[in-house]
Design a protein around this ligand. Structure first.
Ligand SMILES: [Zn+2]
Length: 181
């Protein structure tokens, strides 16, 4: 419960941004973003199932489009410590900067923050593959994080060793070395 305030702040920030972009962006009516939680939610980048299958590997599809979680230490980004930024593999939106990456020897890719307005939140059940780790504060439900632009599943917001972190599947990301854009 002690993180209620931070979640509430994120939600308010999103609501404000959604309202602003609806005014500023000359999108067609069908592409406008409705209120969070609406069943009419439409993402800025959409693809057919065939297009997603063509774009992603089977494992990436399982994670990004079916809310899966990659096996521990399966991503080379777990140990990636170069300067650069991480993009959503589904739409190339820059989401994480390397300066916010924090190495936690648990098996996934951890960040303190995402870029402004790059991530949306949902609710998910605690992934079975992440069960039984004393470094993570396990609970029945967990906050899910997905790409604001294409809706692809990234990972979860999790309390790890006392820090609230983005616990992300490396399979959902593409690392770009060098100055962040
Ligand atoms: Zn995306």
């Amino acid at each position: 419960m002690k993180h209620h305030t931070s979640h509430a702040t994120s939600r308010r920030a999103f609501l404000g941004t959604a309202a602003a972009s609806a005014i500023a962006a000359p999108l067609s009516a069908s592409a406008q973003t409705p209120a969070p939680g609406s069943e009419d939610m439409t993402y800025e980048v959409t693809r057919t199932e065939e297009e997603w299958r063509a774009l992603l590997s089977d494992e990436e599809y399982r994670i990004m489009r079916a809310q899966g979680t990659e096996p521990r230490f399966s991503s080379r980004y777990v140990d990636e410590d170069s300067a650069g930024h991480f993009q959503c593999k589904g739409c190339d939106l820059t989401i994480y900067d390397s300066e916010w990456k924090t190495p936690r020897l648990i098996g996934w890719v951890f960040f303190y923050h995402a870029r402004r307005d790059s991530v949306l939140l949902d609710i998910d059940e605690w992934p079975a593959v992440m069960a039984g780790d004393e470094d993570m504060a396990e609970s029945q439900f967990v906050t899910e994080a997905h790409c604001r632009r294409c809706g692809s599943h990234l990972g979860h917001m999790i309390q790890v060793q006392g820090d609230l972190l983005h616990c992300i599947n490396g399979a959902s990301l593409t690392f770009v070395a060098g100055d962040a854009s």
